[in-house]
Design a binder for this molecule. Structure first.
Ligand code: GDP
Length: 297
């Protein structure tokens, strides 16, 4: 399907002289291939451009040892830079949820996998960290979404806030907070309403909910198969609501995972988890090496 980056670069360097260090021409030729590889991996264009510029600075003049070809050398520089960009300082799997009950706000567009991810995260917190978890759907426009969360809660043995018709998202969030406090829960997850596109009404609502509960974590759920779109979504949510991390869904699909690089570069926030399927156990802690390997092909 895709030609991997090492093969591509092998072709470029075969035509060039093999001196002891990477020349500016070698690097320029190689970086054209790197840019194409990133775009094919669904990295957004501005992020790919920036990334290539950074690699250019590091690669020009870099020594090529006898044991590797110039192509391998560039792949190594690209790989190292990918890892450095993707990996933050923090442990991605460790959420800030001390001081119970800790609110976690789940935000993102409709169809991104937000409700499924809410249940996956609840299950993980319950089973791995032995937390008492409460979930609440704030999607007042879509009763089916509220039902969906309640059904998932039943499947994984996690309580959901009873549905009360006619309440606003903020009212539901406040009720979740008081139930979580009185019921002795460690964590409560708020599954906010998503829209098909970003709009002001949606952002106002998420801001109001945020202000009502002061979430410890605000996780943006993004479809990992989207490139440029994911970047626009992240920019909006980070600017208007502020996020503390990202969950990439559908990483079990054919995508090359470039959205991970775009997300990290644009928001500066850690990618915490990846969704690897529809079932509630299909959530894993983000690993930079795995995604870097996938992007390189
Ligand atoms: P929401 O509208 O953002 O709440 O999205 P949903 O949670 O309802 O998910 C939309 C669809 O995507 C459902 O069919 C989910 O089963 C599916 N889905 C969610 N996460 C993943 C994932 O990581 N991998 C795959 N393959 N499907 C997913």
């Amino acid at each position: 399907m895709f030609e991997n980056l090492s093969e591509r670069l092998g072709g470029v360097f075969d035509r060039l002289t093999k001196a002891g260090a990477l020349s500016a021409e070698d690097v320029t030729a190689a970086l054209r291939e790197v840019r194409v590889a990133l775009l094919e991996a669904d990295v957004s264009l501005p992020v790919a451009r920036d990334f290539v510029k950074r690699v250019q600075g590091k690669a020009t003049g870099a020594a090529v040892t006898k044991s590797v070809t110039p192509g391998q050398q560039v792949v190594k520089i690209v790989h190292d830079e990918l890892i450095a960009t993707l990996r933050g300082d923090e442990d991605p799997g460790k959420l800030k949820i001390d001081n119970p009950p800790a609110p976690i706000l789940m935000v993102g567009l409709q169809g991104s996998g937000k409700t499924t991810t809410t249940a996956k995260l609840a299950r993980r917190l319950k089973e791995r960290e032995h937390k008492r978890v409460l979930m609440a759907s704030l999607d007042t426009n879509r009763p089916a979404a509220m039902e969906q969360l309640a059904i998932l809660g039943g499947q994984i043995g996690v309580d959901t806030l009873p549905i009360v018709k006619g309440e606003s998202a903020v009212q539901i969030a406040r009720r979740a907070k008081s139930q979580a406090t009185m019921g002795g829960y460690d964590v409560y997850l708020l599954d906010t309403a998503g829209r098909l596109h970003i709009d002001e009404v949606l952002m106002d609502e998420v801001q109001a909910v945020r202000d009502a509960v002061s979430p410890r974590e605000t996780l943006l759920v993004v479809d990992g198969l989207t490139g440029q779109d994911a970047v626009n979504v992240a920019t909006e949510f980070e600017g208007k609501v502020g996020i503390t991390g990202v969950v990439l869904t559908r990483m079990d699909g054919d995508g090359r995972g470039g959205a991970a690089l775009s997300m990290r570069a644009v928001t500066g926030k850690p990618i915490r988890f990846v969704g690897l399927g529809e079932k509630t156990d299909a959530l894993e802690t983000f690993e930079a090496e795995r995604v870097a390997g996938r992007i390189l092909g």
